[in-house]
Write a protein of this length. Sequence first.
Length: 259
Amino acid sequence: MFLTIPGFTPASIAIPFEHDGYPVTDVITVEWSVRDEQGYSILAGSSVPDAGSSEVVVYVDGHLNEPLNETYTTYEVAYRLVTGSKEIPGSIIYQVEAEGAVKEWRNTLITPLRALSMMREIPNMSEFAAASRDEQKAALLFAYRSLCAMKFNTSVFPREYQVIGGEKVTSLRQLTEEAWHACSAQFVEDLRIAQMIEANDSLVSPELGAMREAGVLSYTVGEVKQFVSSQRPLSVGLCPAAMRKIGRYLDLSRRIGRA
């Protein structure tokens, strides 16, 4: 993952003197530009390296590292290593995290720290446990969006919140914070566990899915030949284990099908 810093925090970005894994020893100067997501330069300059150094450091003031999105904003340090005979381009990516980038109720049902506590009560969570903190956050955000895409039976929500703003409530995104806190404890717990399971599943390498997409029908491990189904698996928007946890709450009348 990329270097991630809190919003409005100064950043020190080291530009190494290397290209394709090999050192570049005759760097005269480094020309660089810090760019935002739209490609606009917010800071630019050139740095002359000290004798014998293997990098230069670009300092970006905190006020320039503005979180422009709800969760993460990406910046790029584009540079050129100028030697006596050529110019070598490169870039380094870093991200700025907004305050409350992963915030319970706003874009997740469970915070990363609460997830680590709950993980001990859910089997087969090895992928989530082994992931970095940034990977865990990304997986939780992804799983939350998957849950929000599901259509729920209106009856699972508290009676007084089954219609909000004149619309029948069938999605988690329609709930107000007050409505969410009025939901039954069992419903909330099941949703949180489902989000954990889906987050863990999103971190698993989809090897068989990749083989199927590539048209591979069989492969051999040692002397054993394994066959890959030519049909896509049944698609319901969540992994099977997460579906088992919340399936009874969903309106699946028109969601089940083959992709």
